[in-house]
Write a protein that binds this ligand. Structure first.
Ligand code: G1P
Length: 296
């Protein structure tokens, strides 16, 4: 029997330099896809997977993020007065109960592994999830929920996986697996951001993890790895031999890399087209653009 996963860590301390100047005063995680900030997609996915405690690893300049989860009585009263039940409901869905959410400051940027380790005092002897809000995944069954179901069979640690273009391996953690064709694959090795010629495959880790508490222990005292940073990948790799094992899980759904501008724009268009209230107008606009480009 695996233990229920009820805690999730959201590393949100990054500077978001790729989106400057926007991120000069707005945390990247508050940037919106249609009308929801990136972080809201991550929270909704975590809730759907049964997560009850949310740990944010933040840094200086991220106060807009913690403000976002507070109740907003003035706005709520206004929407009630104006009789806008749908907006009121959307607003209330963003509220987090006090005590359900914790913020830990990462004093210095030292890598994803270090960010996760900042939550060590809040995660004890239980498995925990990690969600990277930059990776937005559109799916009928939310990705983390798919993984929680698969994890109930495997235990140990599990990472979301998908194939990326071979020339992109240096942007990802890359897996070497035993049964590459399967949905749940036993991991033989994993390496952070290998050059294309050194990569064992093009099967990449995507930002959803369910991790054994042993990974937290492995992070303790771990040396800097790729890019001079303390890498989560290295701590997970420590579980492959002699640990509780690591599995890669091919999720069903479409992943958008919202850490890149092109990915963010693609997600904006896709999520806009998926919205009944926006679809027709947006589709007509795109068709018009295609037409005018075809003519030029
Ligand atoms: C992080 C991880 C990497 C993973 C990626 C997924 O990298 O270190 O292993 O493949 O997220 O998005 P980052 O994108 O933070 O450089």
């Amino acid at each position: 029997m695996t233990r229920k996963v009820t805690k999730a860590i959201f590393p949100v301390a990054g500077l978001g330099t790729r989106f400057l100047p926007a991120t000069k005063s707005v945390p990247k995680e508050i940037m919106t896809l249609v009308d929801r900030p990136l972080i809201q997609y991550a929270i909704d996915e975590a809730r759907a997977a049964g997560i009850e405690e949310f740990v944010f690893i933040t840094s200086r300049g991220k106060s807009a993020l913690s403000d976002y989860f507070d109740d907003s009585p003035i706005l709520e009263a206004e929407l009630e007065r104006k009789n806008k039940p749908e907006l009121l409901e959307a607003l209330r869905r963003t509220n987090m109960e006090s005590g359900q959410i914790a913020y830990v400051r990462q004093a210095r940027a030292r890598g994803l592994g270090h960010a996760v380790a900042c939550a060590r005092r809040l995660v004890h002897d239980e498995p925990f999830a990690v969600i990277l809000p930059d990776d937005v995944i559109a799916a009928d069954t939310p990705c983390l929920q798919q993984m929680v179901e698969a994890y109930a069979e495997t235990g140990g640690s599990m990472v979301a996986a998908m194939e990326v273009a071979p020339e992109k391996t240096s942007s990802y953690g890359i897996l070497d697996v035993e049964d590459a064709g399967k949905q749940t694959m036993k991991v033989r090795a994993m390496v952070e951001k290998p050059a294309a010629e050194d990569a064992p495959s093009n099967l990449a880790v995507i930002g959803r993890y369910i991790l054994s508490p042993r990974v937290m222990q492995n992070l303790n005292g771990l040396d800097a790895g790729a890019g001079g940073e303390i890498q989560l990948t290295d701590a997970i790799a420590g579980e492959i031999d002699g640990g509780e094992g690591v599995h890669g899980y091919r999720f069903e759904g479409q992943r958008y890399d919202c850490g890149s501008k092109a990915g963010f724009l693609q997600a904006t268009v896709a999520f806009g087209l998926a919205r009944p209230d926006l679809r027709d107008e947006l589709a007509a606009f795109i068709a018009e653009l295609n037409l005018s480009q075809g003519q030029s």
